[in-house]
Design a protein around this ligand. Structure first.
Ligand code: AMP
Length: 172
């Protein structure tokens, strides 16, 4: 099996000049590597009573749904504005340029439910932090987050509460 690192493709200047896009599609396409990746992502969360995995649109859906199955948890999508049918709860968050918004179904989580947040890439950390706030707005408990790739130079981890576990598989 190829190492995970070798199955992530660097794409310079995509989708905008200056961005080094991390393309995880070669990793997804490799059956053994994808399976091992999901196993490694789930490992810290086994036996933690995770009731729901919240995946962030859109690549967080791929990893999050597979993890939900492996952890015997439900899957809940966190989506960009206007994609989920009402009723929804949303939070706005800052991007490098402008604002974005994440939404969740108002009844998608139960109060006190133990939730894991999942995405593919941690860059500036704004998206993951918005996801955390959204889950807490519904009264659920954020047990932690799992992200496949951490771009350490952008220090997204600095936006995440230090006392809440944040697991990443690959660091660049
Ligand atoms: P941020 O809010 O800055 O941490 O950005 C994280 C979100 O943007 C994730 O949902 C990623 O899918 C996406 N993203 C940010 N930077 C990259 C990158 N270099 N390669 C791939 N996806 C990225």
């Amino acid at each position: 099996m190829q190492a995970f690192h070798d199955l992530v493709r660097d794409v310079p200047d995509f989708p905008r000049p200056g961005i080094m896009f991390k393309d995880i599609t070669p990793l997804l396409a490799d059956a053994r590597a994808f399976g091992a990746c999901i196993d490694a992502l789930c490992e810290p969360w086994r036996g933690q009573g995770i009731g729901a995995v919240c995946g962030i649109e859109s690549r967080g859906f791929i990893f999050g749904a597979a993890m939900a199955r492996a952890l015997d948890a439900g899957f809940v999508p966190l989506r960009k504005a206007g994609k989920l049918p009402p009723p929804v709860v949303g939070v706005d968050y800052g991007l490098e340029y402008g604002l974005d918004r994440l939404e969740i179904g108002s009844n998608a989580l139960s109060p006190g439910e133990r939730v894991l947040v999942v995405d593919d890439v941690l860059a500036t950390g704004g998206t993951l932090e918005a996801a955390r706030r959204l889950v807490e707005r519904l009264g659920a408990e954020v047990m932690g987050a799992s992200v496949v790739i951490e771009l350490a130079v952008l220090n997204g981890r600095g936006k995440w509460p230090a006392q809440t576990p944040l697991h990443t598989l690959l660091t660049y």
